[in-house]
Design a protein around this ligand. Structure first.
Ligand code: AMP
Length: 311
């Protein structure tokens, strides 16, 4: 599907039909998936290519908004069978998704194949998908300097723990939520858990904490920021992936992974996630503009800025 352009960021993940229930409404079979949400965000900052399978039942028009934002879809494969489906529910605690049903469908037989033009990308985001597929994608990277980030979830931590531990050793950054961090590290304390994961190989650990923001830890720094304060959160699905899209997209845009840019990128991730949760699925990302992103980044900065003590 698509042209096979040279891209700066490649994501390997899912394209899904999601059925979501929140306290504010429900929706059946809307386009989602980790790769789709990531690309909907990262494409505001950089050129993105997607590697993911869809089934014959998938309406490719669902991806036209990404195509319009120059996302390369040559890594999207149409396979025999049905598209991956996820059914989830959120209670009034919008920070925790309860999985009601996961139907792997075409994901069961999928082996990622990175088009040749993707193999030299500078950033790879291994979105939430089977860790064996994440490893298989890393094997195909030809840019030795590529910066690789990984996300995962309880489903894979429980069912493919060994494979996950192997792939964690091979990445530069891991982006997980609090529960996932605890499950991987077997530590309750987030800082201890993050440090344990650092000892496994990654240089930076980013912990997504829903409405409480993020914690970012590496050997030099511990960085904390809140989520952007919103009065109404409608649907948190995709918040984690749009966060990662803002983070990796921004890093790719500035072409540097210093502690300074990592912090700006984390704030940009929070900004992008805050837009995504304003409507069901990826709907808000379709109408979003660069002007709105810049305005919210400035407002965010004001919310977290304070001056030095005069004591
Ligand atoms: P998040 O950004 O963490 O809210 O991720 C939301 C997306 O994850 C949804 O659009 C789902 O389709 C997708 N998803 C749910 N379960 C899985 C799974 N086991 N593997 C990969 N993707 C999943």
């Amino acid at each position: 599907m698509g042209n096979g352009n040279v891209v700066s960021v490649v994501t390997i993940g899912t394209i899904a039909y999601d059925s979501i229930q929140t306290p504010f409404g429900e929706t059946d079979c809307i386009a989602g998936g980790s790769a789709l949400h990531f690309a909907s965000s990262a494409s505001f900052f950089t050129s993105v290519g997607i590697v993911a399978p869809v089934g014959e039942d998938f309406d490719v028009c669902e991806l036209s908004f990404l195509r319009e934002r120059n996302v390369d879809l040559s890594g999207v494969e149409v396979l025999n069978g049905r598209t991956f489906r996820w059914k989830g529910r959120y209670g009034y605690d919008l920070n925790t998704a309860i999985t009601l049903e996961t139907s792997l469908n075409v994901l069961k037989d999928f082996k990622p194949h990175l088009p040749e033009s993707y193999r030299y990308a500078d950033f790879i985001f291994l979105a939430n998908v089977d860790p064996e597929l994440q490893s298989c994608a890393i094997d195909q990277i030809k840019n030795r300097e590529a910066y690789v980030a990984l996300d995962t979830m309880d489903f894979w931590i429980e069912s493919k723990r060994d494979a996950l531990m192997e792939v964690i050793k091979r990445v530069d950054m891991i982006v997980v939520n609090e529960a996932e961090l605890r499950q991987i590290s077997m530590e309750y304390n987030l800082l201890k858990g993050a440090k344990k994961i650092l000892s496994m190989g990654p240089k930076t650990v980013v912990v997504k904490r829903g409405e409480y923001g993020i914690l970012m830890v590496n050997d030099e720094e511990v960085f904390l920021c809140p989520a952007y304060p919103l009065e109404e959160v409608f649907d948190p699905t995709g918040a984690g992936d749009t966060f990662a899209g803002g983070l990796i997209g921004y890093l790719s845009n500035v072409g540097s992974v210093s502690n300074q840019t990592l912090k700006q990128a984390a704030i940009m991730g929070c900004v992008m996630a805050s837009f995504n949760v304003e409507d069901f699925g990826a709907k808000r990302m379709k109408s979003l503009t660069h002007k709105e992103i810049k305005e919210r980044y400035s407002l965010f900065k004001k919310c977290v800025e304070f001056s030095d003590l005069k004591l």
